[in-house]
Design a protein around this ligand. Sequence first.
Ligand code: 147
Length: 672
Amino acid sequence: IFFMCVSSDTQIITIDDTGGLGRRFDGIGGLSGGGATSRLLVNYPDKQRNEILDYLFQPNFGASLHILKVEIGGDAQSTDGTEASHMHNSWEENYERGYEWWLMVEAKKRNPDIKLYGLPWAFPGWVGAGTRSPYTNPEMTATYIIKWIQGALKYYNLTIDYVGIWNERSYDIKYTKVLRQMLDKSGFQNVRIVAADGNWTPVSTDILKDAELASAIDIIGVHYPGTNTIADAVATGKQLWASEDYSTFNDNVGAGCWARILNQNYVNGDMTSTISWNLIASYYSALPYDRDGLMTANSPWSGYYRVESPIWITAHTTQFTSPGWTYLGKKQGVQFLPGGGSIVSLASQDRMDLTVIIETMSHNHSLCIRPFLPPYEVRQQNITIQLKGTFAKVQKLYVWHSKLSFDDQQPSTLFENLGPFHVVNGELQIYLGIDEIYTLTTLATGQKGTYTDPPAPTPFPLPYMETFEEYKENAEPSNFAQQTGSFEVISLKYLSSPVNSGVMPFSSSLHVLRQVVQQPPVAWCDAENVKASINIIGNSSWTDLYVQVDAMTGQVNASDGVFVATRVANLGCEAFEAVGVFFFLFPDKKKYEVTGDLARTQLIANGNADAKTGWNTLGLLVKNNLAVGTLNGQELFGLMLPEKTSKMGFAALGTGSFGIADFDNFQIRDGK
Ligand code: 147
């Protein structure tokens, strides 16, 4: 690999730390959330779950990430599901919900130096103070966010390093200043604000106009910048981040995208951190943005997962740098290469160590989901690296190599250790092919971590029974993927509380699943326009199925009704038009409805139902074009489905409006 390409000239690249360095490097990160992207990870068997976490976070093993960014759950849809809020209502707080606390703890266990960054997509309705904006009462919203930061410290000993404003929605100058002041007053002077997790403007121009705002914001974070920055952003003097980027299918083109932007976000755009949406694709593949993570783990019932090529692209940078390292100056080891591609060079704080990353990704092999990538050419080339300044004395460089293959007959080389190469008179010559990544480093560390192959994938297991008994309170049950509303396991002791006065528990069971959202959220997308809740599970290609659940709406602030459903499709932010075969029961009205959609615009049948006060058992069998419903074991309807009804999809349960409902003894059986 290290031979000269005979007929072409060599271009000299000087790597030199004299005459000015570049910016501080802040690290490479992954984003869990925005939303529910780690949903299926938590219930993997322990062995595989630990392996996956090692591939993501263990230093010198795999992606070895420097930053973990997580969603601050808002009980609302934020792309692949809804994440639980620590304050469903203004009068309560809870730090046991969801899986981001767990994930942050696991990341810190592996890398105590990993930086943590929290950002809300949506907020519980009450944070809007009667409006659909989180900025109506800035002090209240800041209190809500600071409680999350305090909870992290108090219950998990997690120090949050960065906090954002509102993902890809309007940011607010007043709120940003209030958040800064209240963070400082709460002892969180070290929590730095990233703004505005959207576009370069107006935040950059606002910072230039407003000294108080400028001192409140530490980092300008933008999404999908296409490696470009703007002059106003540079003029602020702030650190610039691609605080969300990538979101590309994790095959080799995705890996090429990631390799290109990891280098060029700095070479071209002065950005000193790039964060991948998402960290790991742990959501059902029928949900939006299938496999847009650094690796894939969406089959917890089998234990199957895949370490995809973006993990090894990440390793090329992360295993040989740390936040606090410094980029060298432009044209001093940070530049585009003459034949196409790019090089970045970073030095440790003490300048004892040097890491150089080179990428030669071609246009069609490094397309990202967005924005448009203008055409460019890359050709094979020879370069001569000349080490100057502090690095003139370097004798050898350790070399790691990847070559992404786009030919089925040809395997890719991923993060191959080529060992140390001698630097002769401060020079090293390299032949660069196309679609390659090299790391040259003084560090003798680095490892391509491996575990033995996980079990083979299997389809979602049937029959399936869930009693919710095995979970801790506030947990989300395995394999459920809530799309609107927020569902958590609660203990029977609450069922006898005044909130549920007069309602007797159904069985001797201790735990039930409760939908807790009582009003529309300060939403991130349109999903909640449906004003109903839905929690899906299973397999998106199921056709004939029997589903059954016990449900109860006797509580104060109850939902108007409950449903079970099959063949459910159209989820994520499109859940407002989720389709399927839905069997709704409205216990107070003693009515039922069969509909072809969650919004109940496609009515198939309705009628009276002899619903009990308290718990009712709903059963729904859908087979070919027949649907049969039972209520408490008695047949309630048997009908033919209209031709346009959804033909396949997930099983689901949920509520007809926002409001509390409890579910228990959920069953799925093959309907064939
Ligand atoms: C981002 C979101 O922040 C993420 O939660 C996730 O939805 C991600 C998926 O690619 O996208 O939101 C964007 C959605 C659309 C655009 C940019 C960001 N867009 O069309 O430019």
